[in-house]
Design a protein. Structure first.
Lengths: 345, 248
């Protein structure tokens, strides 16, 4: 079993081991090595007196993201997700460690890096509040010095795929949350960034908007090869978009690997639902345990890492089986278990 | 220019309030003949140079007051991810043309002062006037910038900054002879506001300097402005690096 410490230390090189299938992707684009961020928090303890406390928002964090990867970055509130993103964009200066995005040290050369990255904050807009959407885009065009033809092409594409057609003349403050978010995503992509950071891009969106945003991001990654790093609380985002997932808690990397690997780490179980021809007593087998019986239907739990085939074969040989189905474990439960500290001592 | 009517009204309002500023001085002179040994034309000259210099700085960096709010609510983040220096963005954000009112009024009073002043206009004195206004603007810019840098540390420092900028410009509108010696010393050696208009201005007016300073200090304001801006620039960079953003 991979423990948090294991992945944390080897993250710099071995962390991407989980994304074997993305091996065709290019060189390391984001390199994080032993990065820390410490905040001094002052608390008033009396009149004019205050107590200083050091809070480690990010602690010896190491990972590498290769060009063309799409990585989910998850963790509970206050785990250090946003702090990491802010260090990767150069907004915050790390307290220790080495950080490179496209070979650039973000906090030292923030404005140079800005041309090569796109950022979407789910909680706040980067658009100009009082201006119509199209004026914000024109400002982005000038500010990033995007060649005219490229700008026109990217804008058309975003308008079409994100459904912004009727919204271009509406002032940003009048847009709904979902519309604004789509507008923000378009604004972040007009200058062809190599990396796109999305901090909670689907927060507060309705189902239709979520589907639209996810579809767009998937295409962007597949067609343009844009590297995407995405933080979210919605695990459906991760399931539908990311092959690789990183879990962070208390500023430390708890897991880095494919989504499926989370199940093993989380010691989760899959469930085989079996319909027998008639009511039977709970089946007896070492490979699984019966968790529920309801008439002729029985629920058998078995470790998520193990194949269901031998179990199915045995059941079919020994019992009158009518129908079978396998239920995947609930990823949310797995992660909740990790957060609760059951996995990592 | 999204709100045209609002723009016209605030511009007019600004012009009126700054004009009242000078009317107050005129009213004072309807009662007395001199203030600290200075007559109305001389006071008008000091008033105009200080006001114009401050107006120029205010036009460029007056928005820095808002920075405190941006630091507090974390909207500074969005400026930091763009490929343009934050300073340029803050200055351009809601670029307040209405602030032109102060400059227009300053220049008008300057015109009046130059017309009525009884001064022997040598080439040096003529040249000193535009140089002092521009250097003065530089010094005020440095004060704005240093104030902005300070807002990273103390979130609600805009009022401290205002004390030095608005307070400073009001002080400079009167001759140094009306202020206590310690105060004059403070604005000469600590926060060099005296270089905005007092020292070069008194050279133009042919008046004795406060604190027995040598004559040539009248030509140092450009150097002082450059030094102040450099220091304020360093403070600003340090401030940006210590920016902490907000949660999530």
């Amino acid at each position: 079993m991979t423990t948090a410490d294991g992945t944390g230390r080897t993250g710099g090189t071995g962390g991407t081991g989980g994304t074997g299938e993305a091996g065709g992707a290019g060189e390391a684009l984001i390199e994080v090595d032993g990065v820390e961020k410490v905040f001094d928090v002052r608390r008033k303890t009396g009149f004019l007196r205050s107590e200083r406390r050091r809070v480690r928002a990010v602690d010896s964090l190491s990972f590498t993201v290769r060009r063309g990867e799409m990585v989910g970055y998850i963790g509970p509130n206050g785990a250090g997700k946003s702090t990491t993103i802010k260090m990767l964009t150069g907004i915050l200066t790390p307290s220790a460690g080495r950080l490179r995005v496209a070979g650039i040290d973000p906090s030292r050369e923030r404005t140079r890096l800005a041309r090569r990255i796109g950022v979407v904050f789910g909680q706040r807009t980067t658009l100009w509040w009082d201006l119509p959407l199209i004026d914000s885009y024109r400002l982005v065009h000038r500010m990033y010095r995007v060649p005219d033809a490229r700008y026109a092409e990217n804008l058309d594409r975003c308008v079409e795929l994100l459904g912004l057609g009727g919204l271009l003349d509406v002032p940003v403050r009048q847009l709904s949350l979902g519309q604004r978010m789509r507008g923000d995503i378009a604004a972040a992509l007009l200058h062809d960034p190599e990396v796109l950071y999305l901090d909670e891009p689907t927060i507060g969106l309705d189902v239709v908007s979520k589907v639209k945003v996810r579809g767009f991001l998937r295409d962007l990654n597949a067609e343009r090869g844009t590297t995407v790093l995405l933080t979210t609380h919605d695990l459906t985002d991760i399931e539908q978009l990311c092959r690789r997932v990183m879990v962070i808690d208390h500023g430390r990397l708890m897991y880095d690997g494919p989504l499926t690997g989370l199940h093993e780490v989380g010691e989760s179980e899959r469930t085989l639902v079996v319909d027998f021809a008639r009511e039977l007593p709970p089946v007896e087998t070492d490979a699984a345990r019966v968790v529920r019986v309801e008439g002729p239907r029985q629920w058998l739990a078995f470790p998520a890492g193990r194949s269901a085939a031998p179990l199915v074969a045995r059941l079919a040989a020994e019992y009158p089986v009518v129908d079978l189905s396998v239920r995947e474990p609930d990823i949310e439960a797995v992660i909740a278990k990790m957060y609760a500290g059951q996995v990592v001592p | 220019m999204a709100y045209r009517l609002s723009f016209a009204m605030t511009a007019l309002g600004n012009l009126l309030t700054t004009a009242l500023d000078f009317v107050a001085i005129l009213l004072m002179f309807s009662r007395v003949d001199a203030l600290g040994g200075y007559g109305l034309p001389e006071i008008a000259f000091l008033y105009a140079t200080s006001s114009t210099a401050f107006g120029l700085a205010d036009l460029a960096l007056g928005n820095m007051e808002r920075l405190g709010r941006r630091v507090r609510d974390g909207t500074l983040d969005t400026l930091l991810v763009r490929p343009v220096p934050v300073l340029a963005q803050v200055a351009a954000d809601r670029f307040a043309l209405r602030r032109l009112g102060r400059i227009v009024q300053g220049l008008a009073v300057l015109g009046y002062a130059v017309a009525v002043l009884d001064v022997d206009w040598t080439a040096g004195k003529v040249l000193t006037v535009p140089v002092m206004v521009l250097s003065g603007a530089g010094i005020f810019c440095a004060v704005f910038l240093a104030g902005a840098a300070f807002q990273f540390l103390a979130n609600d420092a805009a009022e401290v900054q205002n004390a030095f900028t608005y307070g400073g410009t009001t002080m400079l509108q009167y001759p140094p002879t009306v202020f206590a010696r310690e105060m004059v010393r403070g604005v000469t050696f600590v926060l060099p506001l005296a270089f905005v208009n007092w020292l070069p201005g008194l050279y133009v007016l042919g008046r004795p300097y406060p604190l027995d300073l040598p004559r040539w200090v009248a030509f140092t304001p450009p150097l002082v402005a450059v030094a102040c801006c450099a220091l304020a620039g360093l403070a600003w960079r340090a401030g940006l690096r210590s920016y902490r953003s907000t949660g999530s």
